[in-house]
Design a protein around this ligand. Structure first.
Ligand SMILES: CC(C)(COP(=O)(O)OP(=O)(O)OC[C@H]1O[C@@H](n2cnc3c(N)ncnc32)[C@H](O)[C@@H]1OP(=O)(O)O)[C@@H](O)C(=O)NCCC(=O)NCCS
Length: 231
């Protein structure tokens, strides 16, 4: 399972992964401690794993080790000037991806436990075309594929949010999974004409009981018109 995300990002994106049960809150910096002072133990471990990994990667890229990774009111991490990143965690695994802004204008990653999404959730997460695709899959695989769709949407959400500051509903994102480990998404109904029809591509992998999805939005996306982000 180590290196779950390595193949999901290109080499110019640094990725770190760790078991949150291996970190302690003493590894946080004072401003970060404040952010989770009222949190339960599980949240503290997962948050700490994200911060520890982020610090390790940012330091490798030349950021001072004393940099505190704080968050906005909407919980989006406040990456240092010149860097983008994404954080994901479940109880037994955490991953962080970081890149310089000349390599990527945004990153997204998501981890989920690879267990079927409850059937009553399918119509919450999936639109008509995604439901039709699920119906066409072998019955025993449908629940886990629904979970994969869920994860891909969370990744898209995290990748687009720092660029658009748009809160998306599941129905705003339509995902097409390809069996070879890719996915494509069309931000069809995202509010406002600026983003309508934006196509973004990501990668996925299921291994060791986890589903991992990831997306890199490249600087060219601005000019190629595939994601018309505000300047
Ligand atoms: C933000 C969200 C996507 C996180 O996903 P999750 O599966 O609950 O949890 P993960 O562990 O994978 O990710 C958590 C990390 O996401 C990051 N995050 C939180 N809000 C974010 C945002 N608005 N933009 C980018 N990243 C964000 C944080 O780093 C957080 O970790 P931290 O609090 O320890 O720093 C989810 O909680 C959420 O708010 N979703 C609402 C929107 C949605 O689901 N729309 C439908 C999909 S299109």
């Amino acid at each position: 399972m180590r290196g779950l995300f390595q193949t999901l990002f290109d080499d110019d994106v640094l990725v770190g992964e760790i078991d949150p049960r291996q970190v302690t809150a003493s590894q946080l910096l004072p401003g970060e401690v404040q952010l989770i002072r009222h949190a339960v133990a599980k949240r503290k471990r997962e948050f700490t794993a994200g911060r520890v990994l982020a610090r390790l990667l940012l330091t490798r890229l030349g950021v001072a080790p004393g940099f505190e990774l704080l968050m906005d009111d909407d919980r989006a991490p406040r990456w240092p000037e010149g860097f983008v990143g994404s954080i994901t965690h479940v109880e037994r695994w955490a991953a962080v991806a970081v890149a310089r802004t000349d390599q990527a204008i945004s990153l997204g990653c998501d981890l989920e436990v690879d267990q079927p999404l409850a059937q009553e959730e399918w119509s919450v997460v999936c639109g008509p075309r995604e439901l039709a695709w699920l119906e066409a899959q072998p019955r025993e695989r449908r629940g886990r594929l629904a979970k994969l769709l869920f994860s891909a949407k969370e990744t898209v959400y995290k990748a687009q949010y720092p660029l658009t500051r748009t809160v998306l509903e599941f129905g705003d994102v339509e995902v097409e999974i390809d069996a070879g480990g890719g996915f494509e998404t069309m931000l069809e109904t995202i509010s406002g004409p600026r983003h309508r029809g934006s196509v973004l591509r990501g990668r996925w992998r299921a291994d060791g009981g986890l589903i991992a999805t990831a997306m890199t939005i490249r600087p060219g996306a601005r000019t190629a018109g595939s994601l018309d982000v505000p300047e």
